[in-house]
Design a protein around this ligand. Structure first.
Ligand SMILES: [Cu+2]
Length: 806
């Protein structure tokens, strides 16, 4: 990884590290940090045989909730795995001449303790990659997860948590010059990342539960905590499942009692709500860590946060996650006024008088406005500075939240059907962020897609069978654009981003292509042809490819930079079985997912994403830890999310935590003019595709004129208005890239040479910022952009009255 020569498979990168740094030892603990002054990779990479493609899809081990709770342990460690590399590295996926080679590499691995079934047996000298365990829960459940970090930093050479080191830049460093020379203030040269917006801290981790509507604070979906690896004694981690079990069990029991009666409760509030045995241990361990010479100390940071009444940020070895996935129980929307929650608790005998007083004071009874959507969600590491490397190492997994949606599918297809359906975790598994590779090893397209850790796995269907594929694109960079199904296969999309589609959208999705940007999900019903296929060599068993294009912008699909489609997976159709049908109508649509009307909107914002060379910003700023946007709890806002990236086309995938959103307008100024059959119109004079938007007089039917003298904020799509009804809910949506359109007032007449005017792309979205207050983030889901600064904090301010008439 990051600045880790040991993990570099490129044999062409043998230059020694530019500079050394001070090795550190923990007094009393043998935390030996190996400084990789010289690369550990031999001059020739240790290529090993690859696993052949078209292996049966791996079933990911699962941790399953029971009796309303998911109690389990996520264990983060590291090991050498057999990784695939596209060679030569500068080739793009699917480009002629590109081939796959394999090499053993150290990667971070996330495993579920006692998850079932166990991981597949090794098929070579090294295990192949495998996502984190699938977490399977039900709407209404409590998540009670023990997160253990037992990464051995010694396996990652110079790439440990040196972000806060007194020496160096704080960033990872690699022999190709990353992060660039430390710039003089105010003059940041391209390529010169500066702490904290650089790759760093890659053995630190946490877990973001992507798609949850829940508490963003304390032990909820809190991405601000940083869990460093356990200290080691005699080479062994000292924070273990056994060492925290007692205090975490105590905490989880307490958490259940606290969250039982009020789904809106955001307990724990302060560190004193955690078991003293755990907090005392953390204090001691952090102080011990701080004895390491030459590092910025962690305990004083936690201590200062505690004094302010804030939730401390740093932990060593273990962290307990406990939060609720709230169930919306009202049958209408908006919900009727809630009964007094504290009262209900008292009747249920769940809380004492003092407890009730606290409950009432802290959280006035109010109805739940949204519920957790049942569907395919996911989780991943979210430590700023190392999201890209951690995710590309495989620190991602599916989070399947079951509910009435599954019940209805099972009623149609048979008991337990949804649990037998394939879960597909797409990833671009790799070990080195692009910037840390030499120029010879650079391609911006990222690694080849794998599913559940393997390239091009095989799915088996019987003729006429319908399966539901739960697909999560957990790639750190690329979207997967699914081309329409071929060879008699058909599909329909039941859900997007873990939120089911209304019947009308479900019906429209038949055999449609779709894009899964990094972070997007789809529940795809796939129907096999009723006959395997007469054109096959063995007509009783046919194998077909599912094709995708590796995509960060529609410009990857057409035009001069078009990428070739690649096989994502293969489908084998064989055997005999009774024909199955697509469910109809789609499962019932929950009332809390009612469309957000214009009348509901109480505030608007404009938020600008921009990449300018190596600088990735939101509203002109890199991530600083400060709040970028403030919203009042339980209000609805409409945001214009703008992309002012010009030059290389990048549709930054916008992602927001905690609440999904609906898109009500999309302006994509790079669009081409299409004819009635959907093909680009070609200008007979230039033989080039005609752009849809122009500052000149529109010369083609359907072309749109933009007024160059107008305020850029007024440039908008000329299509009929986006429909405002039956909208789809998203939690990741790519912002159309900015365009550079010729300025017709330039006397130069060749459009290619004409002066250009920048036209920002944008989409408008509406979201209900309801139920949970606190701090969470918006960011680009191209995670290298996030690590380098394209993230900001949203504060959802609670409803607190400064006045009381009692
Ligand atoms: Cu981006």
């Amino acid at each position: 990884m990051s600045a880790n020569e040991k993990s570099s498979p490129q044999p062409s990168n043998p230059a020694p590290r530019r500079r050394s740094f001070v090795p550190r030892r923990l007094p009393g603990a043998s935390l030996a940090i190996t400084v990789m002054l010289a690369p550990a990779v031999p001059a020739c990479a240790q290529w090993i045989p690859c696993l052949p493609e078209q292996q049966d899809l791996v079933k990911i081990p699962e941790l399953i909730s029971k009796d309303g709770r998911l109690r389990g342990t996520l264990l983060l460690s590291d090991q050498q795995e057999r990784l695939t590399f596209r060679q030569p590295p500068a080739k793009k996926p699917g480009e002629p001449g590109a081939k796959i080679q394999c090499a053993p590499q150290y990667v971070r691995v996330l495993r579920g303790v006692d998850a079932v079934p166990p991981p597949p047996a090794k098929a070579g000298d090294y295990p192949d990659p495998l996502p984190g365990p699938t977490l399977r829960v039900r709407v209404g459940d409590l998540i009670e997860l023990t997160f253990l970090n037992q990464i051995n930093p010694a396996d990652f050479g110079n790439s440990i948590d040196r972000g806060d080191a007194a020496t160096g830049t704080g960033c990872d460093e690699s022999s190709n010059g990353y992060p660039g020379k430390i710039p003089p203030p105010g003059n940041v040269p391209p390529g010169g990342d500066t702490f904290p917006n650089c790759f760093h801290g890659s053995s630190t981790a946490n877990v973001h539960f992507h798609g949850t509507h829940t508490n963003p604070s304390s032990t909820g979906d809190n991405v601000f905590i940083e869990v460093r690896p356990s200290l080691r004694v005699d080479g062994k981690p000292i924070v273990t499942e056994a060492s925290v079990r007692e205090s975490f069990d105590e905490f989880f029991c307490r958490c259940e009692a606290k969250l039982k009666f009020n789904p809106l409760r955001q307990w724990p509030y302060t560190w004193s709500d955690l078991p003293p045995s755990y907090t005392a241990m953390q204090k001691e361990l952090l102080k011990k860590y701080d004895e390491t010479p030459g590092i910025k100390k962690l305990w004083p940071v936690d201590e200062a946060q505690l004094e302010e009444g804030a939730w401390p940020q740093y932990y060593l070895g273990a962290y307990p996650y406990c939060f609720r996935l709230p169930e919306y129980t009202a049958t209408t929307w908006p919900p009727p006024p809630a009964p007094a929650v504290a009262h209900a608790a008292a009747h249920a005998g769940g809380a004492g008088t003092a407890e009730l007083a606290q409950l009432k004071e802290a959280e006035p009874a109010r109805p739940l406005i949204m519920g957790q959507s049942p569907g395919t969600h996911w989780y991943h590491a979210h430590k700023h500075g190392s999201t890209a490397i951690d995710v590309s190492n495989g620190m991602t997994g599916a989070l399947i939240i079951e509910g009435k949606y599954d019940d209805e599918l099972n009623k149609f297809y048979g008991d337990g059907w949804t649990r037998r359906q394939p879960v597909m975790v797409i990833n671009q598994i790799g070990v080195t962020p692009n910037l840390e590779r030499g120029s010879k090893g650079r391609t911006d397209a990222g690694e080849n897609f794998s599913i559940n850790g393997r390239l091009n796995p095989l799915l088996r269907l019987k003729p006429g069978e319908v399966q539901m594929w739960r697909i999560v694109n957990t790639s750190f960079r690329s979207g997967a654009y699914f081309h329409p199904p071929q060879h008699g296969l058909h599909w329909m999309r039941l859900a997007v981003d873990g939120v089911q589609l209304k019947d009308v959208n479900y019906k429209h999705s038949l055999d449609q292509p779709f894009l899964l940007a990094a972070g997007n999900r789809a529940d795809l019903l796939v129907k096999a042809p009723t006959k395997p296929g007469a054109a096959c060599k063995t007509p009783e068993s046919c194998t077909y490819p599912i094709m995708v294009t590796v995509d960060v912008d529609p410009g990857d699909l057409a035009g001069p930079n078009k990428l070739d489609p690649v096989t994502l997976l293969s489908v084998n159709v064989a055997g005999t079985a009774p024909e199955m049908e697509f469910i109809s109508p789609a499962p019932d649509f929950p009332p809390f997912l009612a469309d957000i009307s214009r009348a509901e909107v109480k505030g608007t914002k404009k938020i600008v994403f921009a990449s300018n060379g190596a600088t990735h910003t939101i509203d002109g700023r890199k991530f600083s830890g400060e709040v970028g946007e403030v919203v009042l709890l339980n209000t609805v806002e409409e945001w214009k999310v703008v992309n002012e990236t010009y030059g290389p086309l990048i549709s930054h995938p916008f992602h927001i935590h905690i609440n999904p959103f609906q898109v009500v307008e999309v302006f994509s100024p790079n669009d081409l003019l299409l004819d009635e059959s959907g093909k680009p119109v070609i200008d007979p004079a230039t033989k080039q595709p005609v752009p849809k938007y122009t500052f000149a007089k529109a010369a083609f039917s359907g072309q749109c004129h933009l007024d160059p003298t107008d305020d850029p904020d007024n440039w908008k799509p000329c299509d009929p208005p986006h429909k405002q009804k039956d909208l789809i809910w998203w939690d990741v949506f790519p912002i159309p890239s900015g365009a550079q359109l010729p300025d017709p007032s330039d006397p130069e007449k060749d459009p290619k040479k004409q002066r250009k005017i920048n036209v920002p792309g944008y989409f408008k979205m509406r979201s209900r910022f309801v139920d949970y207050s606190g701090y969470y983030v918006i960011h680009c889901h191209i995670l290298a952009h996030e690590d380098r600064g394209m993230m900001t904090i949203v504060e959802v301010a609670p409803l607190r009255s400064p006045y009381s008439h009692h």
